[in-house]
Design a protein around this ligand. Structure first.
Ligand SMILES: [Zn+2]
Ligand SMILES: [Zn+2]
Length: 415
């Protein structure tokens, strides 16, 4: 038997209905904020991620699916989508269009991580980017939008964590302070931290090893090293969250795993998933476009929701079986009833009613099948019903049967 590759999975019905539900809510919310969808390719030149995400990140150094194409070029399955969106922005000169570019995407990403609960090597992200403004008002609006989407999806009490990671002017000062402090404490830390203390001290703040946490908590805070304009930007973001009544926690360790972030970073966690409870991450990336070859400044901010984890957070409350429920099991008794029934079924379906046409031909079997499928109603159709122009609609929960004309039937089911 051929099985799905380790770290990948099939999303089957009824669970797939929850995925569709989440995606349609996201599209609706993004639409209300005047975002538009962008669809970029699933594979790109490896160089895009090496430059865009950063060579020393775990993603680029350990987790990418990269291969040499037949022409010798190096190709990678996208591990995230921000770099691709910025590439498209530059390639299609979207900076020349009026206003901000507000784009969203939904689709699979690929990282060769160690498989564990809630983590897959092919996983799905719902993300959005706003390109073309440095304004803190944009940061606050993007954060509001993603919280709206989560709440409408059914996430209870999402917990917002924010931070500022500074800019190319003030961050290097902080990194040096961090580096020098790490020299005296790194000996007690894990192997990765010892290496990162020299190569990329910011990454130490991401370490998840429990023994390292007290040391990390004692390290200098970036918030004490922000330059005047970064401090003012962060202050403005916080004020604009406050006027909206959005609560947040400031966590100075939140630097996120990607090199391109500047100023605002944020994360949303949710209690139901235990330790691995981050549902989304995001942040500002003001120099990213330039580092990918843009000749014009294209400051931006974005986020990506881990859709696998979002679905996990809500699937106990939102049932795929309920979302995908069958309204009517139409049971024709005989050939004439079938020919009449298929036309009626189309009429009902056009009115938005979910209909399945049975093939049993025997009342008892039809009722059994309708029951197993969880149909809300059974519509019994025999020669008598057709002749009388009255349909027998049985409510499966109450067991009650109503006799309805065609017009009354449509009104009853589609209304
Ligand atoms: Zn700064
Ligand atoms: Zn560590």
């Amino acid at each position: 038997m051929i099985k799905a590759i380790r770290g990948t999975r099939d999303i089957l019905p009824p669970a797939s209905a929850v995925w569709n539900h989440v995606e349609s809510i996201a599209r609706e919310v993004f639409r209300a904020y005047h975002f538009h969808e962008i669809r970029t390719p699933i594979f790109e030149a490896t160089e895009l991620f090496a430059r865009g995400v950063g060579e020393d990140t775990d993603i680029v150094s350990k987790e990418m699916y990269t291969w040499e194409d037949r022409d010798g070029s190096s190709i990678t399955l996208r591990p995230e989508n921000t770099a691709s969106v910025i590439r498209a922005y530059i390639e299609h000169r979207l900076d020349q269009q009026p206003g901000l570019k507000k784009l969203y995407y939904i689709g699979p990403m690929f990282r060769r991580e160690r498989p564990q609960k809630g983590r897959y090597r092919q996983f799905s992200q719902i993300g959005a980017e706003v390109i073309g403004s440095e304004s803190p008002a944009v940061d606050a609006e993007v954060i509001e939008m993603v919280l709206e989407a989560l709440i409408r999806c059914g996430v209870e009490n999402p917990h917002l964590i924010i931070n500022s990671v500074g800019c190319p002017k003030c961050r290097p000062v902080f990194v040096e302070a961090l580096r020098s402090r790490l020299q005296s404490v790194k000996g007690a830390m894990c192997q990765d931290c010892q290496r990162r203390a020299d190569t990329n001290p910011l990454r130490v703040l991401d370490c998840k090893i429990p023994e390292d946490q007290p040391i990390i908590d004692s390290l200098p805070s970036i918030l004490e090293h922000l330059c005047e304009s970064c401090a003012a930007h962060f202050e403005a973001v916080r004020r604009l969250l406050k006027v909206r009544g959005i609560e947040y926690e400031i966590r100075s360790r939140l630097v996120r795993g990607l090199d391109y972030y500047t100023r605002t970073t944020f994360e949303v966690t949710h209690g139901a998933l235990g330790a691995q409870n981050s549902i989304l991450g995001g942040g500002r990336y003001d120099g990213l476009a330039e580092s990918l070859g843009s000749r014009v400044a294209a400051p931006g901010i974005g986020f990506s929701i881990g859709e696998d984890r979002l679905v996990m957070a809500i699937e106990e409350k939102i049932s795929g079986a309920e979302l995908g429920r069958l309204d009517v099991y139409l049971a024709p008794m005989g050939q004439a009833a079938l020919e009449h029934g298929v036309v009626l079924a189309r009429e009902l379906r056009r009115a938005g009613v979910v209909v399945e046409v049975g093939t049993e031909g025997k009342l008892k079997r039809a009722m059994e099948t309708a029951n197993k499928l969880g149909a809300k109603h059974v519509l019994l159709l025999g020669d008598n019903e057709i002749a009388a122009g009255v349909y027998a609609l049985k409510d499966m929960a109450s067991g009650e049967q109503e006799n309805l004309t065609r017009a009354a039937l449509l009104k009853r089911l589609a209304g």
